[in-house]
Design a binder for this molecule. Structure first.
Ligand SMILES: Nc1ncnc2c1ncn2[C@@H]1O[C@H](COP(=O)(O)OP(=O)(O)O)[C@@H](O)[C@H]1O
Ligand SMILES: [Mg+2]
Length: 235
C-alpha cells in the first residue's frame, strides 16, 4: 500500500485513508483493552487472529445476505473496507446473561434469554458507553426510526446466522456487539466481528473463549482465540 494517513487510532484498530474517497484501510493491532480503556495490554498475534476471524465472519454474513463494509484482506492484519459514516450506536444481542446486564438488572449469569434480548448503547468512551433507549437516540438525532428498526432487524438476523454456526463447533454464542454506518444512503454493517466483541462459551464445559479471558484475568487469551478459530475452521 503506497500512501496512507492514519485518520483514527481506536482502542484496538487503526483506520487509514488510502487516497480513495469511498474506501478505508483498517489495521487490527495487538492492543487489548478492558473496562473502557482502563486496562490495557499488548497481546502477541492478536491483530492477526482477529483479522482472520473478522474476515471469515464478514464473508459468511455477506454470503447470507447481510450487507457489510468488508471488501478484502490485504495482509495478515489489514483489511480494506467501504468508508462508512458510522452511527455512534452499539447494537447488542444477548442469548444468555453475562457481563453488564447481570450487574444492571441483578440477573444470574448464564440465564437463557428466549427470545434474545436487544439493547442499544451510546458509543462514547467519555460517558462509559451507556445503555440508551430509542427515545434518547431520537432526542440526540442520531438516527431515524426506520434506521433504528433496520439495525435491530439486522442484528437479530446476524444472530440467527451466527448462533447455529458457532453451535455446530460446540460453542454457545452468548452475546455480541455490532456497529453500523451509512454508505451512499444505505445502512451497512461496519466495524468488526471478533472475539473482542462477543462472548463465546464452550457448550459442554462453559469455558470462556472470548475477551472475558482478558477482562477477568483468566490468562491464555490469544491461545483461546486461536483454539476457537481452529475449531471453527478459521485458522
Ligand atoms: N467502515 C468503516 N468506516 C468508517 N469508520 C469505521 C468503519 N468500520 C469501523 N469504523 C470505526 O473505526 C474505529 C475502529 O477502531 P476501534 O479500535 O474499534 O475504535 P474504538 O476504540 O473507537 O472502538 C471505530 O471507531 C469504528 O466505529
Ligand atoms: Mg471498537
Amino acid at each position: 500500500m503506497s500512501e496512507r494517513l492514519a485518520l483514527y487510532k481506536g482502542k484496538s484498530k487503526t483506520v487509514y485513508d488510502i487516497g480513495k474517497p469511498s474506501e478505508l484501510l483498517v489495521e487490527f493491532r495487538n492492543d487489548a483493552t478492558g473496562g473502557n480503556g482502563a486496562k490495557h495490554a499488548v497481546l502477541e498475534e492478536k491483530g492477526r487472529v482477529n483479522c482472520a476471524f473478522d474476515a471469515f465472519i464478514m464473508a459468511m454474513l455477506a454470503e447470507n445476505g447481510i450487507k457489510t463494509h468488508w471488501l478484502k484482506k490485504v495482509s495478515d492484519t489489514e483489511i480494506v473496507v467501504r468508508r462508512l459514516d458510522m452511527l455512534p450506536i452499539e447494537c447488542i444481542v444477548r442469548n444468555r446473561a453475562a457481563g453488564g446486564i447481570c450487574k444492571r438488572l441483578g440477573i444470574e449469569r448464564g440465564r437463557v434469554f428466549a427470545p434474545p434480548i436487544f439493547e442499544f448503547f451510546l458509543k462514547d468512551d467519555s460517558l462509559g458507553d451507556p445503555i440508551i433507549t430509542e427515545d434518547h437516540i431520537f432526542m440526540m438525532q442520531l438516527a431515524s426510526k426506520e434506521n433504528l428498526a433496520s439495525m435491530k432487524v439486522l442484528t437479530h438476523r446476524v444472530n440467527n446466522i451466527l448462533k447455529p454456526f458457532f453451535a455446530k463447533a460446540g460453542f454457545d454464542l452468548v452475546d455480541f456487539k455490532l456497529e453500523f454506518g451509512y454508505y451512499q444512503g444505505e445502512l451497512l454493517l461496519g466495524d468488526e466481528f471478533t472475539l473482542d466483541g462477543c462472548r463465546l462459551w464452550d457448550i459442554q464445559s462453559g469455558e470462556i473463549y472470548d475477551k472475558d479471558r482478558f477482562r477477568l484475568d483468566l490468562g491464555d487469551v490469544i491461545q483461546f482465540y486461536k483454539k476457537a478459530s481452529t475449531r471453527l475452521g478459521i485458522l
